[in-house]
Design a protein around this ligand. Sequence first.
Ligand SMILES: [Zn+2]
Length: 344
Amino acid sequence: MKRITLLTALLFSISFFSYGQTFYSKHFTILKLADGIYSAISKNGGYAICNAGMVDLGDATLIFDPFMVPEAAEDLKKASQLLTGHKVKYVINSHFHNDHIGGNQVFDYAEIISTEITRELIAKFQPEEIADDRTAAPLQLDKIRNINTLAMSPHELEENIMWSGYYEAMVKYNDSLKIILPEITFNDRLILHGTKRTVLLLSYGAGHTESDLFLYLPDEQIAFLGDLLFIQNQPWLGDGDPEKWKTYLDSIGHLNLKILVPGHGPVGTVSNIDSMKLYFESIKNAAIAYYKKGILPENDLTLKSPPPWDNWFLSNFYRPNVISEYTRLYKSKSACAHDHNRPE
Ligand SMILES: [Zn+2]
């Protein structure tokens, strides 16, 4: 009986997470989640550090988060046309961070959609981010390439490869990046009707940033969550509010979802929401401990990610996350500045 159960579970998982039609990209791996629904999971060292989605609406294709530079977005465009047989009609920007929106320019014929606030944030921060990267990205890339990798753990080495890919892409495409703002915006709910399926874009407000949206496919019980969910990756808290974010995730948890596609990391389930909430709790407790000791976390040079979070990717986010949480809890809100050099 147990064997049959295991075999059934194995077959179920293979059919659910089988590879999509053959398409090679050095930037991502395609996973077929259901008929006409695919996730593009970033490959370490490539020019896509976040995940994207491709959805066949029947007569048109939707792209969720078109990556950060044209090269990765071009591959996504080719893959989506191969998999669905249609041109891309809609491109969704889940939030304003550059790793999720830089590929907009590849889809200049499509309708780009975001929340109203996200559009404002792209217009506000993206120009200075690109300008700053003109000098910062080459320096960061040089630093990463000259670091002594022999002293690194396998985990640190993998992270170094990821950042190397990120900064290489930023250097290579800095001059050709164009800021393409979404033409269609909404506040809390937008429904897109195709001949094959209807999909929902929902926003419950602030979480990872001042405004985040997610793509909800109720019939298939799948959601593409952008950076509302990180799996085996530390989330970036500096532009959001962990308390609102927890409430947001609780609401998502009530949607009876089977498959959750995070902004960073492998595809998961609702159990991964609990891991995120434990992480928020850990960061909050660390900030409270500094307050009780009368020490500013930014003055503690030993502050770095403890277990178990040090095994998650983006481990260098732990320190700024504790500092931003301390600021949120104990300093004025205005002191919590946006760090536009931080990709996440
Ligand atoms: Zn983000």
